[in-house]
Each structure stands twice: as structure tokens, then as C-alpha cells.
Design a protein around this ligand. Structure first.
Ligand SMILES: Cc1cc2nc3c(=O)[nH]c(=O)nc-3n(C[C@H](O)[C@H](O)[C@H](O)COP(=O)(O)OP(=O)(O)OC[C@H]3O[C@@H](n4cnc5c(N)ncnc54)[C@H](O)[C@@H]3O)c2cc1C
Ligand code: FES
Length: 254
């Protein structure tokens, strides 16, 4: 389905930390067609010309769920904004894990958001899936502890204040038997994905990474979100954000 614009009312807000929030929004047309890995662009209001992109972290009934970390003026303005929020989506392409075999989800920080949607979808269809999440510390875990997914998570905290002490990639490596060949779906900051890429090359694993880039139009028009993929350039907003990990050029990781 083509992306649509909806005026979305906030139906619930959960405060995870002082700068991390989960919003449930009434957006029936976006919810009806959203797939795990896709994102929305939200108008931050006030003086801002450009929308800001956020992964859809779940979609059910008439609602979508979004995880928002306040990092700058646009996200701060969005949180001050009165309802309804003007939302464009769903945008981009979805994760496409194979139909059989083990699947491992690896998320860092707000990169956990699209994977939460993927985890629920895979669970609903009875697939075997492990979900690793990394955060700097216990207080920055990007998932609501009352969410049903929480008890299924394998959580790593860099400072050891919760779960495994170390990075999420170190945790995955410590749990991965030498013969294991799970399909990896990952999203997170570039250094995390780079470390994961090295592990996947070492262990001969395949999978997909969801990439981030600064965005303007979010719909393939401005060419502002190009990343080096497959020997050329591809657009994170239209060709991605999900790309086969081995098609992302070495230039991206430098
Ligand atoms: C496909 C996609 C999905 C995303 N999903 C989520 C999500 O689920 N939850 C969430 O909180 N954020 C998500 N982001 C990042 C979010 O869009 C940015 O944090 C937001 O646009 C920042 O706006 P700002 O005006 O507050 O920050 P700015 O004032 O523009 O920037 C503040 C800081 O954030 C950095 N930054 C801004 N935009 C990005 C970006 N796109 N990628 C990396 N760093 C950025 C800047 O370099 C700067 O250091 C996603 C981005 C993309 C491209
Ligand atoms: S943001 Fe405009 S082409 Fe991707």
C-alpha cells in the first residue's frame, strides 16, 4: 500500500527514562499495512520544515507504537506538540527472514524498536527466535518492563548493571555455538553493526541490517539518504532501511 498521512491521537504514553518514551498512536490506515522494519515520518511541529523518521515498533488493531529518544530540537519539539500528530507512513521496506531455520534479532538502543515488531510477528507465526538487546546501563534499556516481550529478552548492559556485562555483540558471541547458523536481523548504532558484521563474517552468518541516515523527504525524492550498497548507492528511505548485510559496502563502515 502507498504511504498515507494520518492525524494520529496519542492513546498511551509510557516514560521509560527521562529521554526515552513509548507512544501508542491511533493510526488505523498505517497500522493496517505496516510491516516489521518499516518506519513513519512525523512532523515535529513548531518551526521545523522536515519530518523526523521513527521505526514502527508494533502495529495492532487501529494503533501503532513508536519509541522516541529525545536527542535534539526536533524530537524535543515533537514531545511538546499538541495532538493530533501528523504522521506519514508506512515507509521503506520490511525485514524478510527466510521461511525456516533459526532467527536471531540483535538490537542496540532505539534500534530495538523495529525488532520488537519483528519478534512479535515471528512469535505469532510460531517461529523460533532469540532477541538480544544492548544498552549502556540498566536505566537505558529501551523496552517497557511490563511489555510481554521483556521476559524473552537477552539483555546486555555495557556497565554490567543488568544481564550480561558487555556489548550485545559480545553477548551474542558468547551464546552462539560454533555450528549455529541463525539468520541475523539487526538494527542499532553503526559501531554495533560494524562489530556484528565482523562476527557474521567470521562465523559465515547471513542476515539483514536496518540502517539509519539523516532524512529529508523520506520517500525517495531528495536523494539525501544515500548509502553505499552493492557497488553503488541506495536510498535508506526507499530501498531500505533494511539491506542484506553483505551488500552494504566496506565504504559504509569506514
Ligand atoms: C529509518 C529510521 C528509523 C529510526 N527509528 C527511530 C526510533 O524508532 N526511535 C528513535 O528515537 N529514533 C529513531 N530514528 C532516529 C531519529 O529519526 C532521530 O533521532 C531524529 O530524527 C533526531 O531529530 P532531532 O531534530 O531531535 O535531532 P537533531 O537535532 O537533528 O540531531 C541531534 C543528534 O542526533 C543525531 N541524529 C539525527 N538524526 C539522526 C539519524 N537519522 N540517525 C542517526 N543520528 C541522527 C544528530 O547527528 C545529532 O547528533 C530513526 C532514524 C531512521 C533513519
Ligand atoms: S530522504 Fe529523501 S531520498 Fe531518502
Amino acid at each position: 500500500m502507498n504511504p498515507v498521512i494520518e492525524e494520529a491521537e496519542i492513546t498511551a504514553k509510557t516514560v521509560l527514562t527521562q529521554d526515552l518514551f513509548v507512544f501508542k498512536l491511533s493510526a488505523p490506515r498505517i497500522s493496517a499495512s505496516a510491516k516489521p522494519g518499516q518506519f513513519v515520518q512525523i512532523d515535529p511541529g513548531e518551526k521545523f520544515f522536515l519530518r523526523r523518521p521513527f521505526s514502527i515498533q508494533d502495529a495492532y488493531g487501529d494503533e501503532i507504537e513508536i519509541l522516541i529518544k529525545v536527542v535534539g530540537e526536533g524530537t524535543a519539539s515533537l514531545l511538546r506538540r499538541e495532538q493530533p500528530w501528523n504522521i506519514l507512513g508506512p515507509l521503506g521496506c520490511a525485514f524478510s527472514p527466510p521461511y525456516d531455520g533459526e532467527i536471531c534479532l540483535v538490537g542496540g538502543g532505539v534500534g530495538a524498536a523495529p525488532l520488537k515488531f519483528l519478534w512479535r510477528y515471528l512469535n505469532d507465526i510460531g517461529r523460533s527466535v532469540e532477541f538480544f538487546i544492548g544498552a549502556r546501563s540498566a536505566s537505558e534499556i529501551p523496552v517497557d518492563k511490563t511489555d510481554p516481550v521483556f521476559s524473552h529478552l537477552k539483555i546486555a548492559a555495557d556497565d554490567g548493571s543488568f544481564g550480561f556485562k558487555g556489548t550485545v555483540v559480545e553477548y551474542l558471541k558468547s551464546e552462539l555455538p560454533p555450528e549455529a547458523r541463525p539468520y541475523i536481523c539487526a538494527c542499532g548504532p553503526r559501531p554495533m553493526l560494524s562489530a556484528l558484521r565482523n562476527l557474521m563474517l567470521e562465523r559465515d552468518l547471513i542476515g539483514e541490517f536496518s540502517l539509519e541516515s539523516r532524512m529529508a523527504c523520506g520517500m525517495g525524492v531528495c536523494q539525501g539518504c544515500a548509502v553505499p550498497v552493492d557497488g553503488g548507492y541506495k536510498l535508506v528511505c526507499k530501498d531500505g532501511p533494511v539491506f542484506p548485510f553483505d551488500e552494504i559496502d566496506g565504504r559504509y563502515w569506514k
